[in-house]
Design a protein around this ligand. Structure first.
Ligand code: COA
Length: 362
């Protein structure tokens, strides 16, 4: 039996392919570097949803519909947000998304895709005692998310950086949250139910919960002053170094390089540039420490390491990093849910019983 389902093929998909030995990610026939920084997130949503909705419009119309979807999330849900704001922000966002109709239409899908980008800034503002800012339906999705967070139109460089991030994490094979989404979709439950399953799985630190702890690690190493000593002590305690290692990649995660280049572009001589230079040193030390501690396993930098730097530079607090991850990955979840539903087959594996056997009654 495969503990952790390693190497088990549990779905056929046209959506994405992860080549763990070559270090390549393909999204619907496009290599990641073809999309990241070149396609807008709304275009990639259209790419992912193509064939899964009869009424899917072209790119421009889809961007308009996504803007409308942001409004359709903000208006009905904002009154409930002050009740949710005392929760930690990921659970608050998930609870807000649970209020969306559990339907199957393109409108339902776009509301779900829009929701993390609307609810996260609103919740962060409420936490700071500020009023949520309504979406601008005509704005670009990533730029609008930043505007709703900060109250002013972001620089094109920052908006492009966030847009590139959303594209980079939009889909990634049958990762834990996508599998959870497909299991629920296979029961023919609605899209909201399926996406809530994905949200639950993404939260854990072994999956989408890693980038917040990356920031804590960088801060702790900076305060300690001895990167190698700090990292070795962590491994000696049996703990993991966040932002490193992957179930599929045995080489560097290609998303890490895409995001590192984005952070470098934002960087310059300011705080982001200094943070990047420090993080690069920590990365090299961590790779060396991991090579020595786990010589039989190739543990490389994963997407979360540079996610942390990018989202920090974009002005998101570490507690909200997983929300922003969800704002990108939700497009992949919706596409996978629809793809799973088209097979019409319930996912229902077996377990092997290893518990006590009842006495046989004569
Ligand atoms: N730090 C230290 N050790 C690590 C490690 C890390 N980041 N990642 C893997 N390992 C070690 C494990 O301790 C284990 O060592 P052992 O055989 O001596 O016990 C070995 O590598 C295999 O680990 P395993 O948990 O079986 O691998 P996996 O395929 O399940 O791991 C992750 C994948 C992502 C869960 C794992 O690499 C990890 O926990 N990374 C840190 C969290 C993170 O960055 N998550 C985001 C992923 S995109």
């Amino acid at each position: 039996m495969a503990n952790g389902l390693d190497d088990v093929v549990a779905a056929e998909t046209v959506l994405s392919d992860v080549d763990g030995l070559g270090g390549h990610l393909t999204i619907r026939g496009h290599a990641l570097p073809e999309l990241a920084g070149r396609w807008r997130y709304a275009q990639v949503i259209r790419l992912l949803l193509d064939g899964f909705f009869d009424d899917l419009p072209g790119d421009d119309e889809l961007a308009v519909r996504l803007g409308e979807a942001r409004m359709e999330v903000f208006e009905p849900l904002t009154p409930s947000l002050s009740l949710l704001a005392p929760l930690e922000i990921y659970s608050a966002m998930r609870a807000g998304m649970a209020l969306l109709p559990d339907g199957e239409t393109l409108t339902d899908a776009l509301r779900l895709i829009a929701a993390p980008a609307v609810l996260t800034p609103a919740l962060l503002r409420l936490e700071r005692g500020e009023q949520p800012i309504a979406p601008d339906a005509k704005a670009d999705h990533a730029a609008d998310m930043l505007r709703m967070l900060k109250g002013s139109v972001p620089s094109p460089a920052l908006a492009t950086a966030l847009d590139t991030y959303l594209v980079t994490v939009c889909d990634h094979g049958l990762n834990a949250s996508t599998f959870a989404t497909r299991v629920v979709a296979s029961t023919q439950a609605g899209l909201t139910s399926a996406i809530l399953a994905g949200l639950g799985a993404l939260k854990g630190p072994l999956h989408g919960g890693a980038p917040g702890p990356v920031i804590e690690m960088l801060d702790a190493i900076e305060a300690d002053g001895n990167a190698a000593g700090w990292l070795r002590a962590k491994i000696a305690r049996g703990e993991r170094i966040m932002g490193f290692g992957h179930r599929i990649y045995r080489v560097r995660d290609p998303r890490a390089d895409v995001l590192k280049a984005v952070v470098r572009q934002l960087g310059g001589a300011g705080a982001t540039g200094r943070r990047l230079a420090f993080a690069e040193k920590v990365e090299q030390t961590a790779l060396e420490v991991l090579r020595q501690a786990k010589p039989s396993r190739s543990i490389q930098t994963n997407v979360e390491f540079y996610t942390a730097l990018l989202l920090e530079a974009a002005g998101f607090p570490a507690e909200a990093f997983t929300n922003v991850f969800a704002a990108g990955r939700v497009a992949g979840w919706v596409a996978h849910a629809r793809e799973q539903q088209t097979t019409g087959r319930l996912i229902r594996p077996l377990s092997r019983y290893v518990g006590p056997v009842p006495d046989l009654v004569a």
